[in-house]
Design a binder for this molecule. Structure first.
Ligand code: IPE
Ligand code: MG
Length: 241
């Protein structure tokens, strides 16, 4: 979710106004995903590197996150949305962390949709934490070095029960991954739009999904082998279009 600051500058507003409007985009995109029965949605909300921003901006973002979690909690329960988080939670302010953990706990048995918030997250940081978890198990004799395969690695990432994303959308036109999921996006379709996140709403999301449907996913095989058009592989889906 990129471009909140640029949106604000273009409007002659403070960066925080941009984040506030970006929060409305989050609400719209979660709601639309739910209606389309997209089973998993990950939102990259705050990176490890974002801690380096001015204190006021970090503080405002943490406040927006907390009010978002509190305000959306009833809707998550009503619609069966399970909340998960990836990232280094220990760095979050205590109140935000508590609220986050409360909502994760409250929604843990919901099973219609999973929303993953990437908070204080970076892809490399997650890889390092995964390596440490595996190393500890080897140290304890729970795992042998020769046991390590792709499945073991996947199972030691932050959300072992969330499938790899089919589609990665990046707003604001930057052609880079910026330390988001690294391991998980090996075969994700990439979609970059110049639209700034605060302007990314129904129409833009719909366009991205339509573009995704036109992609041919070969997963390394030939065109003939992969004659099926792109499909969401994550769940039973059943989206309308
Ligand atoms: C994305 O918008 C939101 C967060 C990182 C929290 P930015 O704040 O990065 O917006 P730009 O890149 O300055 O436009
Ligand atoms: Mg940015």
């Amino acid at each position: 979710m990129d471009g909140n600051g640029r949106w604000a500058t273009l409007q002659g507003k403070s960066r925080i106004e941009g984040h506030r409007r970006g929060k409305t985009s989050v609400r719209v995109i979660v709601e639309m995903s739910r209606k389309l029965r997209i089973p998993y949605l990950t939102l990259f909300a705050f990176s490890t590197e974002n801690w380096l921003r001015p204190h006021d901006e970090v503080y405002a973002l943490m406040g927006l996150l907390e009010t978002y979690l509190i305000a959306e909690q009833p809707k998550m329960m009503r619609y069966g949305i399970r909340l998960q988080a990836v990232g280094d939670r220990d760095r979050l302010p205590a109140n935000v962390r508590r609220t986050l953990e409360d909502v994760i706990e409250l929604t843990r048995d919901n099973n219609r949709m999973t929303v993953v918030l990437a908070l204080s997250y970076s892809g490399r940081d997650e890889v390092v934490r995964m390596a440490n978890k595996i190393a500890r198990k080897i140290g304890d004799g729970e795992l042998q070095p020769g046991d390590i395969d792709e499945e073991i690695v996947s199972n030691h990432m932050d959300t072992p029960d969330v499938p790899d994303p089919d589609l990665l959308i990046r707003t604001s036109g930057e052609m880079r991954i910026s330390n988001f999921y690294l391991w998980q996006i090996a075969y994700s379709e990439l979609y970059v739009t110049p639209t700034l996140w605060p302007d990314f709403r129904e129409r833009e999301y719909h366009q991205a999904l339509m573009e995704f449907q036109r992609r041919r996913r070969r997963f390394g095989r030939t065109d003939e082998q992969a004659s099926e058009p792109a499909r969401l592989n994550a769940g039973s889906g059943g989206s309308e279009s």
